[in-house]
Design a protein around this ligand. Structure first.
Ligand code: OXD
Ligand code: MN
Length: 655
């Protein structure tokens, strides 16, 4: 057999020249057996062949396996992760534990960069981490040269969004981590057959990941060479020397970045949002909500509020359908959730799933006698003093009280430790989970971690004001990214970490989104804040009170409640909240609490708007609507302050 293959072109450094190869030289031939070659041939996709060939040759693994959608192949990956020691079986059937390096416990924002031609750098403003494309490609391809030596590489195909849908995006993953390939199997829909439906099109994303050299404990050794480089020009991401899923899994936050760029060009939205069905207390009605919350601000638990149903907890694609109705799908089919504070009281559905036999990967928790232990799992659970945990690959056996090099006490389970499971394992999975048409979006919630400014819930005046509310979202930092926790940061649409297009254009795409939507179908936009504290630093809200704020918002969608107009938006009336607290929890919601948490703190809001103005000061092409809303809100706040003669305006004064 001596076919000519025209698809193998030289890389970026050699330009234009097309070299011809025999089929034997293609696909990094020496790595693939006949069966796997056939699987790739069957895709009929020249670009996929070219990509696989090129990156196997660069990364030089020992062996490669191609996984299709069959159960046999999928089981193989699951077992491989255990055989290679990337996951260890736990006592409960289906449960495994995976550890990331002590230094790789969260997303690495500093080393995640967008490759942009040097001439275009300025248009990306000051908040997007960029590197010159040529320089970045050279750097990462050098690191990737031989990075998979001695390793078995898994090639997989996935579909972002339900298969066979106008939302579907195909993705090719090349990784030397069986844990990554296994996690993606839990979190995403199979995509080998979907890839065939591309009929040779180049319109797919691809991801090359290498955990790099591993220590004898199976964690990444060369953390200082951890790099995550996003290349919009080729719809691809290279990620090396990491294992933590937020850094390593192509389909998760790496694909979100590529999708944001694609969405901007094609007039739809790719967002860092959950989808859930909010039910009325009598279960007579359900309404689909999307919600954007920065990491570790109650996003998954909002999506999981008891009594509601979940479609997804992290990423959505939103499009307007032919009838002018905004629809959304979860691009994932699983949850990579923070395990801290998952307990029978605060997160009953997830707790039930995590303590039942089903395919679940725990990561970075403590394991003792093959059982997992995590922070906030419940007061009645005694945490054993010894075991292994997220520190063990660096500091050896775990013993309570262990300290780091600086003398700080370490926690037995990392605050950003996670679980990975399929949404279908949850009793509250919504029936529309895989609906290729998506669900109608009736409301969007933006929520941050804010101890002293905003009220627990308010409704924005209209779509454009709501886009401003999303753009103005701030949050105190948490443990989901590396760096200091507790610092107030700006978090537009909770998506800043993933936005790879100029911010002004991104907001404009939100403003434009409803152009084809009749006014009555515009989703209502709400703001929530579960983290408001009293003067003694105590939270006003219990963890599950978010159910009430959602119920009120759901009622607003259907015109069930009147509301109080304030300078920032509409807030609930006291009587309606009394009924909701009584109906949902049999609790008397006190007037004094309502007055304290729903007062409008004029000075604090004005401070916030000053911070926002500064944040966007150097951004190009910000929509005019943004500054109009900013000025309007300021004006209304100052007028109210003047009218009522106080800086903290009681909600009763407005009514
Ligand atoms: C996540 C994150 O893991 O946003 O979802 O960090
Ligand atoms: Mn997320």
């Amino acid at each position: 057999m001596y076919l000519i293959c025209f698809f193998c072109v030289l890389n970026e450094f050699t330009t234009n020249k097309v070299i011809m190869m025999t089929s034997e030289e293609c696909y990094g031939y020496e790595y693939l057996d006949e069966k796997d070659k056939e699987k790739i041939d069957a895709l009929n996709n020249p670009k996929a062949v070219k990509v696989i060939d090129r990156f196997l040759k660069i990364c030089k693994p020992a062996k490669v396996v191609v996984i299709d959608d069959t159960q046999e192949d999928i089981n193989y990956v699951r077992q491989l992760s255990i055989d290679l020691g990337e996951e260890i079986k736990l006592e409960m059937p289906g449960h495994t534990i995976h550890y990331d390096s002590y230094f790789d416990q969260a997303r690495d924002k500093g080393n995640t960069r967008l490759l942009v031609p040097v001439t275009e750098k300025e248009k990306y403003g000051t908040h997007i981490n960029t590197i010159d494309r040529d320089e970045g490609l050279k750097e990462i391809l050098d690191i990737m040269d031989g990075c998979m030596k001695g390793k078995l590489v898994v090639i997989r195909f996935f579909c972002l969004g339900p298969t066979n849908s106008r939302f579907s995006i195909s993705a090719l993953q090349i990784t030397d981590s069986a844990y990554v390939a296994h996690s993606e199997d839990i979190l995403y829909r199979k995509g080998y057959e979907q890839f065939k439906r591309l009929e040779g099109s180049e319109d797919f994303f691809y991801f090359v990941h290498s955990a790099g050299e591993l220590t004898e404990k199976n964690v990444t050794k060369n953390i200082e060479k951890r790099r995550i480089y996003i290349d919009l020009e080729e719809n691809r991401v290279f990620t090396v020397n990491n294992q933590y899923a937020g850094n390593s899994l192509g389909l998760k936050k790496l694909a979100l970045r590529l999708a944001i760029n694609k969405a901007l060009k094609e007039n739809w939205l790719a967002e860092h949002m959950f989808i859930s069905a909010v039910y009325t207390l009598d279960k007579s009605r359900k309404t689909y909500f999307l919600g954007a919350f920065p990491s570790a601000c109650g996003k998954t638990s909002t999506a999981m509020v008891p009594g509601n149903a979940i479609i997804g907890d992290d990423i959505v694609y939103m499009r307007v359908d032919k009838e002018g109705i905004p629809k959304a799908v979860n691009i994932e089919s699983g949850i990579f959730g923070i395990i801290k504070d998952v307990n029978p009281k605060d997160d009953p559905e997830i707790y039930k799933a995590l303590t039942s036999p089903c395919e679940t990967i725990f990561s970075n928790v403590q394991i003792t006698d093959e059982k997992p232990y995590w922070l906030g799992m419940g007061d009645d659970i005694e945490i054993p003093e010894i075991g292994i945990n997220w520190t063990s690959s660096y500091l050896g056996e775990w013993k309570t009280g262990k300290k780091d090099e600086k003398g700080n006490e370490l926690s037995f389970s990392h605050p950003n430790a996670r679980y990975t499971l399929r949404i279908e394992e949850l009793e509250n999975a919504d029936e529309a989970l895989h609906d290729p048409d998506g669900v109608k979006v009736s409301a969007i919630v933006y929520g941050g971690r804010d101890s002293n400014t905003s009220v627990p819930v308010y409704q924005s005046f209209n779509w454009s004001n709501g886009v401003f509310v999303g753009a103005a979202l701030e949050s105190e930092t948490t443990s989901a990214t590396l760096g200091q926790a507790g610092v107030r940061k700006h978090q537009p649409m909770a998506n800043l970490d993933f936005i790879v297009v100029p911010l002004g254009q991104y907001f404009q795409s939100h403003l434009n989104f409803v152009k084809e939507v009749k006014e009555e179908n515009h989703p209502l936009i709400f703001s929530t804040n579960y983290f408001l504290k009293d003067e003694n630093g105590k939270y006003y809200d219990e963890i599950l009170d978010k159910k009430i704020w959602l119920l009120w918002a759901e009622g607003r969608v259907h015109g069930d409640y009147d509301a109080i107009k304030t300078p920032i938006g509409y807030i609930p009336k006291y009587e309606d909240l009394v009924d909701l607290f009584k109906g949902a929890f049999d609790i008397d919601y006190e007037k004094s609490r309502y007055e304290a948490e729903f007062s409008i703190r004029v000075g604090k809001f004005l401070d916030k708007f000053d911070r926002i103005e500064k944040f966007y000061a150097n951004e190009k092409d910000m929509p005019e609507e943004f500054f109009f809303e900013l000025e309007e809100q300021r004006k209304k706040l100052l007028e109210a302050k003047e009218k009522y003669g106080t800086d903290t305006i009681s909600p009763f004064l407005f009514s």
